[in-house]
Design a protein around this ligand. Structure first.
Ligand code: ADP
Ligand code: MG
Length: 299
């Protein structure tokens, strides 16, 4: 999906971005924004607006309806282009590279800054499928049903978590910037624990994970809340990184303790299931990460 956006982006001019922005803003009121409304707020004449809309439609950045009126709505690719444009204007982004991870709830791309630094851009994608059903029941555009707002919220939350924990020395990608549903962060190397056929020195790896969970909790007051072998990267130097933080909660959250416990249990369960550390004890590990217990003895 964002492959389309990256391709289309090169062909877009300021006038096209203005149209995309007008549609974006009006989408809080309309599922499909009437062409009349787009003309009015873009301040383009009808001929210019028509030309721009047809171009954006041809690149599949917007979707069109003809009934009961002529109107347009953003596709994810159109929303992607707005975020990409903001990063380019801010001097953060120069060029896109290959996809790094295309998942259910996010697409991550390799990219370069104007100074040649490698970064990763993550586009959050939430609620594109289910929103049609919820819409009927709950009415158009509330904070929790609109894919645009939900995706932006996820990016804001993830970026916030990274800015809380990164300065405390927790092993996460370095946060660089956030716009709409996208975040820019340092690019990392390695593979998810879940993908690895072999984990060298599992005891050391588990201890490093627990130390980082503990640091995030005790120094930043942050709990990941979606931790598993899928969100832990083992780097080529055999150190770990914890990624994918949009679901984080702070330690004053009513379920903070349960969520922290579940994170620790998920990780321990993985090492047990793989017969790497059959005697690892989740209670000991939980006491350690909350600062109430000693370093656990793992075997
Ligand atoms: N900063 C990064 N640098 C390189 N690759 C990344 C980075 N962040 C994520 N990835 C890759 O993208 C995949 C998906 O990212 P993740 O944040 O877990 O999103 P989600 O699981 O919601 O799709 C990761 O498993 C990883 O392979
Ligand atoms: Mg993930």
């Amino acid at each position: 999906m964002s492959a389309e956006a990256i391709q289309a982006f090169k062909n877009l001019e300021n006038e096209d971005f203005r149209i995309l922005q007008v549609i974006e803003a009006a989408m809080t009121k309309h599922e499909y924004v009437p062409k009349e409304v787009i003309i009015k707020y873009s301040k383009f004449n009808e001929e210019e607006a028509t030309f721009r809309l047809e171009k954006l439609h041809k690149f599949r950045l917007i979707r069109q309806t003809r009934q009961p009126y002529l109107g347009y709505t953003l596709n994810y690719a159109g929303y992607d282009c707005l975020a990409i444009n903001a990063f380019v204007k801010a001097g953060i982004l120069e060029a896109f590279g290959k996809p790094l991870g295309v998942g259910k709830e996010a697409d991550v791309y390799d990219a370069l800054t104007p100074t040649g630094e490698r970064i990763a851009i993550k586009f959050h994608r939430l609620g594109r499928i289910s929103f049609r059903q919820t819409r009927r029941k709950r009415g158009w555009t509330t904070e929790d049903t609109h894919w645009l707002l939900r995706s932006r919220k996820a990016a804001e939350k993830e970026y916030e978590a990274l800015t809380f924990v990164y300065p405390k020395g927790v092993a996460v990608p370095k946060p660089i910037s956030q716009n709409r549903h996208a975040i820019a962060m340092s690019a990392i190397e390695g593979a998810e624990l879940a993908q690895l056929r072999e984990i060298p020195n599992p005891k050391k790896v588990l201890m490093e994970i627990l130390r980082n969970i503990r640091k995030a909790y005790l120094k930043a007051g942050v709990i990941h809340a979606d931790l598993s072998e899928y969100n832990i990267i083992l780097k080529p130097d055999n150190h770990i990184l914890i990624i994918d933080w949009p679901q984080h909660v702070t330690k004053d959250h009513p379920n903070a303790q349960q969520l922290l416990k579940r994170d620790v249990e998920n990780i321990i369960a993985f090492f047990k299931r793989k017969h790497l550390l059959p005697n690892a004890n989740p209670e000991e590990a939980f006491a350690y990460v909350t600062g109430k217990g000693e370093k656990p003895t793992i075997s």
